[in-house]
Design a protein around this ligand. Structure first.
Ligand SMILES: [Zn+2]
Length: 388
């Protein structure tokens, strides 16, 4: 199976691998493709049993070398005004191809797979690992499943290039992401009698206000003492994007629920905010609730989306990518990615991939053919490096 990047992209886009659907068909296709080239690989299942990650190695299976990392899941298309079939790659002849995932990030995946024959021919002295992960868009558990394998003795690459859309610029930083789900349990009484009840809505309002104040404190500190360079904004942001609670205007609300997102800058730990928040709840909020009714209280659940990616002092991945692209400017991105997880696992990591993030997740998502060409050229250079 000798296929171009564009032909492979056409095949990959045709699998509707929305994060919570199954990706078995795509994985079967890629497995056949790898087998046809005699490339050894492993399929690593996700906990959900419906999604799978692929880890393939071209060249000698020795420590060092590079990992090319791309996710194969895509965001949903439901409710978006697509003018073409999202799961059919459309070439309108305008220098772009359209389809869900064309930019984020099956374009990179396709370029990597298309480069396999060249990798095999080059006589690699250092391995090129190909890591195609599931579930990047929601939990990033695909990357975690692969990292667990490194911990259990898989040969670990020394550097990683995550091909998220960056217009083939060398991106050395992204923010991290944590999410907190807060559930406030009140005590329901008629509002005419509200002092013997606990309003979950009133409590939620206080907590949300605390979160906003914590966010504004970070902003004020950064404005006074300087934020993290290159990031805009250069501080960790806290935000509540969703809430609901209560059942009627004249009942103290029994339940309220809201969701907080925390976008951390490199060097800042999302867990710090969770601890401060929990401390505030347990010492200042909950005792007063429980004094009115013992069943009232607050529960929180948090999820680490992923740590931030920071610039490494003399990072190998950055050095190599700068040499190959000629890009010497500093770029950071506002979106979260798997790169922070791989860096945290001790692998020198940057982001460099085709397409512009502005097209990601959009209806009529597209990528320029010239971006795929640039990525092909980048990979050809990388292969040369690994064969030298
Ligand atoms: Zn992505």
């Amino acid at each position: 199976m000798q296929m171009t990047s564009l032909e492979l992209l056409e095949r990959l886009v045709a699998f509707p691998t929305v994060s919570d659907a199954t990706n078995v068909d795509l994985v079967a296709f890629v497995s056949d493709y790898l087998k046809s080239h005699g490339v050894p690989f492993e399929v690593v299942p996700q906990a959900d049993g419906r999604n799978f990650n692929i880890f393939a190695t071209v060249g000698p299976n020795v420590p060092g070398g590079v990992m090319l990392s791309g996710h194969v899941d895509v965001v949903p298309v439901a409710g978006q005004p697509w003018t073409t079939d999202p799961f059919k790659l459309i070439n309108k002849g305008d220098g772009r191809v359209y389809g869900r995932g064309s930019c984020d990030m099956k374009g990179f995946d396709a370029c990597v797979l298309a480069a396999i024959p060249a990798m095999l021919k080059a006589g690699l002295k250092r391995p090129v690992h190909i890591c195609l992960s599931a579930d990047e868009e929601i939990r990033m558990d695909g990357a975690r499943a692969i990292i667990e394998k490194f911990d259990k003795g898989w040969t670990k690459p020394s550097m990683c290039i995550v091909g998220e859309p960056s217009r083939m610029k060398v991106v050395t930083g992204h923010k991290g992401y944590w999410r907190i789900d807060t559930h406030v349990r009140g005590h329901e009484v008629h509002s005419s009698n509200r002092y013997v009840g606990v309003s979950a809505v009133f409590v939620a309002a206080k907590l949300i206000s605390w979160i906003e104040q914590r966010d504004l404190k970070n902003k004020a500190d950064a404005e006074a003492y300087g934020g993290v360079p290159h990031f805009d904004p250069g501080w960790t942001m806290l935000h509540v994007g969703q809430m609901h609670g209560g059942t009627a205007h004249n009942i103290t609300a029994l339940d309220a629920h809201f969701v907080t997102g925390i976008r951390t800058v490199p060097g800042d730990d999302g867990g710090k905010y969770v601890r401060e928040y929990e401390h505030y709840i347990r010492t200042e909020i909950e005792p007063a609730m429980k004094a009115v009714h013992p069943d009232a209280g607050v529960t929180i659940q948090y999820r680490v989306g992923g740590p931030a990616l920071g610039q490494e002092p003399d990072g190998e991945a950055e050095r190599v990518a700068r040499r190959l692209t000629g890009d010497n400017a500093i770029h950071v991105v506002a979106y979260g990615a798997e790169a922070g997880l791989f860096q945290e696992a001790g692998i020198s990591t940057i982001i460099c991939g085709p397409g512009d993030i502005a097209q990601a997740h959009q209806p009529d998502e597209w990528i320029e053919l010239s971006e795929l060409d640039k990525c092909d050229a980048f990979l050809a250079g990388l292969i040369k490096e690994c064969a030298a």
